[in-house]
Design a protein around this ligand. Structure first.
Ligand code: DLL
Length: 432
């Protein structure tokens, strides 16, 4: 279902709306945030210079470092008394990234999250089991407000407590599961151990995001649980979840809610804006946010944009599934490797589970990559020869398709740690 008619706006009209909003936004931040005023002055851009959408290219990028330098509230564009909510995402180093919302921003968030759930095929009749973490992380409350706006029934489970997740899923008859894709598999396994087959339950949709996952992982989840697994995307800085979402009709790229988030893809090395269909770094400008607006924020996420109209009727551009981030990308002996590429390869095999861990180390001057992969009980109790054959075969595929040599180690079921939120796929000992 399409939640808001604006998702079907002819592109010309959408662009008009975007330009109007962009002009207001630049004026808003220029007058309210010293950081932006300085940046724009340095670039020689005044708010009245924004006359077309292309003029956005005159505006400098904003980066994670800018957010850090202005920690915690330096980039807020309203008085703290008008901020009704704070969220934060923990980075790998140091202080978290802090974001704020006015009342109107929270309304906007509920709106784009209702769109997300509607695009996934959910309606007010659904029971949404929300297993994204509640708290500073945006997943829990984002899904919560969106599901309420949709009129669905929310079960605010948060992440963890997996046995209880299974019990309530069964007893309450949850029809939608909202969680990271990796956590959904954790729930599936715990259900199985209890003799419960999720396929037999009323569950029909999964809204999965917050971490990279592959097309093969989708297939695996859909087959195991008998649901439509929908990819949803967002980041705290922009709003949280609710930046883009797949539609259940096509499941082919994530519709960006472009009337609120202006999207560009750039060459990460040069900053040059790339044409549609070319892969690069995703950049967003928030067109309507009040408390924490961002101009041309570099997400570090890698994807490309597809402007073709979609069979669902939405006219918004679709971004390809985010395969990884510039800063999660492993460089192994000079070759760029995303964990999701490895995931895609190993899930081609029968008997290989979606639980894996990539361990990178440096021996002398040489990088070593080991991929630990859980196999099913059946495979694990097979003859050693067969296991070795499988390991070698996966190694060959990695070499052929990714271009690096890796050592594949097949491990017993349940040896790789399960996640309740974002899964940890890589241990890079080189940095330790
Ligand atoms: O993860 C917001 C979110 C919550 C999205 C729930 C979807 C569902 P952060 O913690 O700030 O916010 O992390 C944002 O996670 O820049 C991507 O690298 C990654 N990410 C989010 N969704 C996807 C996805 C939330 N569908 C960072 N596929 C982003 C791949 C994703 N990566």
């Amino acid at each position: 279902m399409i939640w808001n008619e604006v998702e079907k706006l002819p592109r010309e009209e959408l662009r008009k709306l975007q330009l109007e909003r962009l002009k207001k936004l630049v004026e808003w931040v220029y007058n309210r945030v010293p950081f932006y005023r300085k940046r724009l002055d340095e670039a020689g851009v005044k708010p009245e210079d924004i006359k077309s959408l292309e003029d956005i290219q005159r505006i400098p990028f904003t980066t994670k470092d800018d957010l850090r330098d202005n920690y915690p509230f330096g980039l807020f564009a309203v008085d703290l008394e008008d901020v009704v909510r704070i969220h934060a995402s923990s980075g790998t180093t140091g202080k978290p990234t802090v974001v704020g919302y006015t009342k109107q921003d929270i309304e906007l968030w509920a709106e784009v999250m209702a769109r997300t759930l509607a695009a996934a095929g959910a309606t007010k009749k659904d029971i949404v089991q929300n297993a994204y973490g509640y708290g500073l992380f945006t997943g829990g409350l984002g899904l919560h407000y969106g599901a309420e706006r949709l009129g669905a029934t929310v079960i605010p489970m948060s992440g963890g407590n997996t046995q209880k997740q299974v019990m309530l899923m069964k007893d309450f008859g949850s029809t939608v599961l909202a969680s990271t894709p990796s956590y959904s598999l954790n729930i599936y396994e715990v259900a199985k151990e209890q003799g419960i087959d999720i396929k037999e339950l009323p569950l029909r949709i999964g809204v999965f995001g917050a971490e990279p996952w592959s097309e093969n992982m989708r297939r695996d989840i859909e087959e195991k649980m008998g649901i439509d697994a929908i990819d949803i995307y967002g980041l705290s800085e922009i709003i949280g979840p609710g930046v883009s979402s797949e539609c259940v009709e096509a499941k082919e790229g994530l519709h960006v809610f472009e009337d609120h988030f202006l999207v560009e893809v750039i060459n990460p090395a040069t900053g040059e804006v790339l044409p549609y269909n070319e892969k690069g770094e995703l950049v967003f400008t928030t067109l309507t946010k009040q408390a924490f607006p961002l101009l041309r924020y570099r997400t570090r996420d890698i994807t490309w944009l597809n402007p073709e109209p979609c069979k669902c009727g939405r006219t918004t551009v679709r971004m390809a599934r985010v395969a990884g981030r510039t800063d999660d990308m492993l460089i192994i002996r000079g070759v760029n490797v995303f964990p999701s590429q490895i995931e895609h390869i190993l899930l081609e095999y029968e008997g290989v589970s979606p639980h894996y861990l990539i361990v990178v180390d440096r021996v002398g001057a040489l990088d070593n990559m080991e991929v630990q992969i859980e196999v099913t009980e059946d495979i694990f109790s097979d003859e050693i020869k067969k296991l070795e054959w499988l390991a070698r075969k996966i190694e060959n595929d990695i070499k052929d398709l990714v271009g690096v040599s890796a050592k594949v180690k097949l491990v017993e079921p349940k040896t790789i740690e399960r996640s309740v939120g974002k899964a940890k796929r890589v241990i890079d000992k080189r940095k330790l």
